[in-house]
Design a protein around this ligand. Structure first.
Ligand SMILES: [Zn+2]
Length: 213
């Protein structure tokens, strides 16, 4: 199969103790769950509804506020135009940013399928716990990058693997059946080179800030 990030021909794969197969790209470091193990669209949507990402979940709000402290306020000011890609059913993240004075647009293929943003550019695009769900990262990054101009940011929250197969097979992050794409620092650097971003930060192996060159 071909890598869905760098299009390299992938020969390498690993199988976990449940028989799930993962393809490992030797070029960009992306690890992808084999297509045969992907959920149906309906099952995937049901699974997203189960995520405890609601406004009532205090732990989740604290978690989002930490992302704002680490990855938003150092780079952006209230009034800036933000686009939240994959906002989910509750739009909790977008709601918090709005409260803080950011001008925010949202999109989600399942829960907020609007096109109001389609002719706009943004000071930042955020993708919080989205990249691990992407079946075709190259297509999506190309699309996101077409809405970002020089000096603007792509802010991603996804957990990175460390290229160690043994620890990948023990990793809890794989357990969510909707997680299909796993990136490493190498993959982030590939994204920077290919779509012309400067790597600004990788914090806690999961909070990634890229700036368009
Ligand atoms: Zn690749």
């Amino acid at each position: 199969m071909n890598c869905n990030l760098c299009h390299n021909d992938i020969k390498d794969k690993i199988t976990d103790n449940l028989g799930k197969i993962y393809h490992i790209c030797s070029n960009c470091g992306l690890i992808q769950l084999d297509k045969g193990f992907h959920l149906s669209i309906e099952a995937e949507k049901q699974r997203y509804m189960l995520h405890e990402n609601s406004n009532e979940n205090k732990g989740y709000i604290t978690y989002l506020n930490n992302i704002i402290t680490n990855s938003i306020t150092p780079f952006l000011k209230p009034g800036n135009r933000l686009f939240d890609f994959g906002c989910g059913p509750e739009k909790t993240w977008a709601g918090i940013l709005k409260e803080k004075g950011y001008n925010i647009s949202t999109y989600d293929p399942y829960f907020d399928n609007n096109r109001e943003w389609s002719d706009k550019y943004f000071d930042a695009i955020t993708a919080i716990e989205v990249f691990e769900h992407l079946l075709s990262p190259a297509v999506e990054i190309e699309f996101l990058s077409s809405h970002i101009t020089t000096g603007s940011f792509l802010i991603i929250r996804t957990m990175l693997h460390n290229n160690n197969r043994e620890s990948f097979l023990k990793w809890w992050y794989r357990e969510d059946p909707t997680h299909v794409s796993f990136y490493s620092e190498t993959a982030i650097m590939y994204i920077c080179r290919t779509w012309n971003y400067e790597l600004i930060q990788i914090k806690n192996q999961c909070e990634i800030v890229l700036k368009k060159k």
